[in-house]
Design a protein around this ligand. Structure first.
Ligand code: C5P
Length: 208
């Protein structure tokens, strides 16, 4: 069973994807890490994020050691990833890696922006996780503060709005719910309720 989870930044999709993977004994790929790692390679080399040739070379050259999560999880890298993710050839360079991951016999859980629309259009279950921008900004600010980053709510909210706009407006694989995705709004849900709701969606889809 392939479970595709998409949605905007800090909607809760990452936590839901991880928990679904544990619940069903499936492997999980956080595809945002691929874009974040590509951006980090460019930044480390002092190269421009919006140079398609360099960005494609960085994406193609990614190694397992480039996924050191702590370095990738910061706010700066999320913003940088969204610049890199708007380059169609970068998306093409990262496509096979994601499809190979999803092709394991037992299936997998992938989360990102274009899993249900581009990477795994035939996924058995597609969930589009949303939450209003203010709630997402509160969650993200809390998460960054826990990681020891200096944050103020207003700039986190501005960053989230900017990222939503860039991810939704890009021409290649924009952030949009697949026609057959089930929408899950987590604005008023805590983690446990959101995970329960997601499991219910999977059970319904898998049973039908
Ligand atoms: O999900 P996360 O916040 O880690 O993603 C960082 C950025 O990477 C997103 O804002 C988006 O621009 C890009 N991304 C993408 N497609 C994916 C996953 C992430 O374009 N499947």
């Amino acid at each position: 069973m392939i479970i595709a989870i998409d949605g905007p930044a800090a909607s809760g999709k990452g936590t839901i994807a991880r928990r679904l993977a544990a619940h069903y004994g499936l492997s999980h790929l956080d595809t945002g890490l691929l874009y974040r790692a590509t951006a980090r390679v460019l930044l480390d080399r002092g190269e421009r994020l919006d140079d398609p040739d360099r960005a494609v070379a960085a994406a193609r050259g990614l190694a397992l050691t480039d996924f050191d999560e702590a370095r990738l999880r910061g706010a700066e890298m999320g913003e940088a990833a969204s610049v890199v993710g708007a380059i169609p050839d970068v998306r093409a360079a990262l496509l096979a890696m994601q499809r190979n991951f999803a092709a394991r016999p037992e299936g997998a859980v992938l989360d990102g922006r274009d899993i249900g629309t581009v990477i795994c259009p035939a996924a058995e279950v597609k969930i589009f996780v949303t939450a209003d921008p203010e709630t997402r900004a509160q969650r993200r600010a809390l998460e960054l503060a826990k990681r020891g980053e200096k944050v103020d709510y207003a700039s986190v909210l501005a960053d989230i709005r900017k990222r939503d706009e860039r991810d939704s407006a890009r021409s290649s694989a924009p952030l949009v719910a697949a026609g057959d995705a089930v929408k899950l709004d987590t604005s008023a849900l805590d983690i446990e309720s959101a995970v329960r709701a997601a499991i219910e969606i999977v059970e319904k889809r898998a049973g039908s």
